[in-house]
Design a protein around this ligand. Structure first.
Ligand SMILES: NC(=O)c1ccc[n+]([C@@H]2O[C@H](COP(=O)([O-])OP(=O)(O)OC[C@H]3O[C@@H](n4cnc5c(N)ncnc54)[C@H](O)[C@@H]3O)[C@@H](O)[C@H]2O)c1
Ligand SMILES: [Zn+2]
Length: 361
């Protein structure tokens, strides 16, 4: 465990790497020391490429190998990662190559994983273009892919050399994706900071000004950096950031098998309602606090219930959660708004009640 002073230094080190502002994609060459690298690879998807790839290429001011994949969670796979590695090999990318991940959490997670494994690790920069990736996925150094129907089942802890957040990219983001980011924002408030929770739930997502959105991105990055600094490899306190994700990941995995998959933030929103219900049923939070959480999620325009999903299929997937130990499901739950605990064992009957709640029984 790090001492407090060391944690502060590590937080500062993480936050120093995070650059937030508007109109900064044009200044990438000033922010990244491109000359240090033998080759620049830009990984992106075709939706993001349409709006932002030309600007990034121009801004880097050097030739790049562009890898443009199809968008969507289904691409966060070993198959697509293999294609990325093959492109790196055919383009003779050596150990002093730099990968620039331009896109949402799918691009950042998979690009970071591909870079982290290639030649035992090349440098990568996260340039997140969704709100969700700006407030959460790009910070903290968890990179990975989905495997065997399980979310993020293959992955690494590997820090990017920089995280460059240009809020102008949000101007082209569809509103459903924008709202999805608020699930992680609300989560940060619930697990770590009541004042932040009150602020981020004080308006609808679309009602915040640009300055307020910068404040929110900063706030979330700060909360996450503080927690990651205390426990980078998720041995203890970092587990609280998985609140909503035990049930949320199971819901997301099942929804990916359907023709209308939920977005990550939407699945996590329902997961947070279910896990807050567990917290309420076990007396960790009051009924009033449960209602406040559910209202904040609804107010953001996020779902709080799911339809046509079998409870037993959700239960089957819970056993694969990464926080589990020796076959026991260990939960991260709010104790009150602004504070969470981890490693909680919960009787199965309570878990089932919470699943019935989100399934509308
Ligand atoms: N590593 C972590 O700590 C962490 C944390 C949270 C979430 N995640 C992961 O992040 C992923 C979800 O990320 P996401 O919500 O960003 O999804 P995403 O990467 O699939 O992006 C969402 C969609 O928005 C499009 N898009 C992205 N930026 C755009 C822009 N500026 N304009 C127009 N369209 C744009 C993309 O093409 C895609 O279709 C999940 O896989 C989740 O597991 C990781
Ligand atoms: Zn998440």
């Amino acid at each position: 465990m790090l001492a407090f002073g060391q944690i502060q230094k590590f937080t500062i080190a993480i936050m120093k790497k995070v650059i937030i502002g508007n109109n900064i994609l044009h200044k990438l060459a000033d922010l990244i020391d491109v000359k240090k690298y033998s080759r620049i690879i830009i990984l992106t998807d075709d939706r993001v490429a349409k709006f932002w790839l030309p600007i990034v290429k121009k801004s880097l001011g050097t030739e790049s190998v562009d890898i443009v994949i199809h968008p969507g969670e289904k691409e966060k796979s070993l198959r697509t990662t293999t294609l990325i590695w093959k492109r790196l090999i055919t383009n003779h990318c050596d150990r002093r190559s730099l990968m620039v991940n331009l896109g949402g959490g799918v691009i950042g997670d998979m690009g970071g994983f591909a870079a982290g494994c290639y030649l035992r690790g090349i440098d990568f920069v996260q340039v997140p273009t969704t709100l969700l990736a700006q407030v959460d996925a790009s910070v903290g150094g968890k990179v990975g892919i989905d495997f065997a129907g399980l979310k993020n089942n293959l992955g690494l802890f590997r820090q990017p050399i920089k995280v460059i957040i240009d809020i102008d990219t949000l101007s082209t983001l569809p509103s459903r994706e924008y709202i999805s980011g608020f699930a992680e924002i609300i989560k940060h408030g619930i697990v770590a900071d009541k004042n932040y929770f009150d602020f981020v739930s004080s308006k609808k997502p679309g009602g915040f000004s640009s300055d307020e959105i910068i404040k929110i991105i900063n706030g979330s990055c700060q909360i996450k950096s503080d927690i990651v600094a205390a426990d980078e490899k998720e041995k203890n306190i970092r587990k609280i950031l998985n609140f909503g994700h035990t049930i949320g990941h199971a819901i997301e995995s099942l929804s990916l098998l359907t023709t209308k998959p939920l977005l990550h933030g939407e699945a996590i929103a329902v997961g947070m309602v279910a896990e807050s219900k567990i917290a309420a049923l076990t007396g960790n939070i009051s009924t009033d606090q449960f209602q406040t959480i559910e209202d904040a999620i609804t107010n953001a325009g996020l779902p709080i219930r799911i339809r046509d999903v079998s409870i037993s299929k959700i239960e089957d997937l819970l056993i694969f959660d990464k926080k589990n130990f020796r076959g026991k499901i260990l939960w991260s739950l709010p104790k009150k708004i602004g504070h969470a605990v981890f490693g909680q064992e919960i009787p199965p009957a309570i878990v089932i009640k919470s699943l019935q709640y989100i399934c509308g029984y």
